[in-house]
Structures are given as C-alpha cells and as structure tokens.
Write a protein that binds this ligand. Sequence first.
Ligand code: ZN
Ligand code: ZN
Length: 228
Amino acid sequence: MDPKTVAQALYQIGGPDITDPRDCAVYLLDLGELVLIDAGAGPSYDKIVHNIEDIGLNPAKLTSIILTHCHIDHIGGAPQFRDAFGCRIIMHQIDAKPVEEGNEGQTAASWYNLAFPPMPVDVKLQREEERLRFGDQEIVCLHTPGHTPGSISVYLDRGGKRILFGQDIHGPFSEEFGSDLAAWRRSMERLLALEGDIICEGHFGVFQPKENVAAYIEHYLEQYRGRG
Ligand SMILES: [Zn+2]
Ligand SMILES: [Zn+2]
C-alpha cells in the first residue's frame, strides 16, 4: 500500500500494511523540517525513504526522530536514518538505556530475530512532560510508562485538531519489557484527559473523531481491568 495522508502535514509512511509486516506505524510530520515518529524495524528503511520522496518531500530535510519507546519494531530503522541524514534521536532517558547498550532482550530484537547495534540517543527526555519546538509548531512529549518504563506519548495541536501518537498503548505487557499495569492505567487516564481528536496508533492505524479516540483507549482499560 501507499503512504497515507492522516491530517494536514501528517502522513503515515510505514507500517505492517505499507512497508513491512514487522514495522510499527511510522508517521511523518512536515513542519518545514521533517520529523519522524518512530522508524520501523530496520529492513524497510529504503522503502520508508522512498515513501517520503513519493509524497513529494525531501528526506534530507529530516532533522529529528521521536522514538515512543525502545522496541525494535519502532527503533530498528533509526540508526540508518541517523547515519544518512544526521537527524537527532529523541526519546525518554529510561528507554534510551537499552538502545544505547543494544540490549537484545529489552529492545525485543531477539523476539524479532533482528540485530540492533547500540545507538547513541541525542536528546534524552527526563520530565513528565517536555515541549519541543519545530518552527512554529510545539510538540509535547508525555512520559506514559506502562508498556515499557520509558514509553512516551506525543501530541500536538494543529489545524484545529489535537493529534495524539499513542503507539503501543495497547500493550502487550511483559516482565521482560519491564511493563507495569498500574502505571499504564495512570498513563491512559492522562491520555484520555487530553481529549484528542485523532490518535495515531502504533500497530492498528488511525482513529478519529474524538469519541473514537476515547473509545479506543477505554477499550484497553476495560480489557485489562482487574489484572496486574
Ligand atoms: Zn512495544
Ligand atoms: Zn510495537
């Protein structure tokens, strides 16, 4: 399948049905400079670059990759982007550790039978909430632990809509990942309170409008009620 326009200046350029079955959903923001939200599993790197060109954008304008957490289906392509375009890697400091160490278990590289060499993380987020600026656009990164200890959710207000990037808020949850269901529930309540109009999810695509965003998050809260 081809890349899809999600909203003004926002595209889905990678994902299981677009680039490689192992890929998470990869989103691209065109803010004058280009910003990627997650990078896919790695083998699809060339296809993702091609998709950026396919929508008429220049991959050389890629300045930043925001990684929502440390799993290989989200980070695997990041070293290639960093090497090719010099873009900075932004993620939470807790999940940055296994990425910088190339930890095969915590990055889930061994699950996917893919290699992940250690990669430097350029910007390590440390606070509950951090605001990044790209031109006149502010992007907010929220620490939303649960799936992994250093998972973040990202949101921005654009074109009158609030757009959330939830990625793996659906789980799965495992000891090896350092998952924490109690922390996850608190994170999900924070996301619900944002009242997003669009949620860009990590494996299941894009949900909108507002009531479908809330229903999506509440569906998982219900599924894991009373567990952990
Ligand atoms: Zn994950
Ligand atoms: Zn994932």
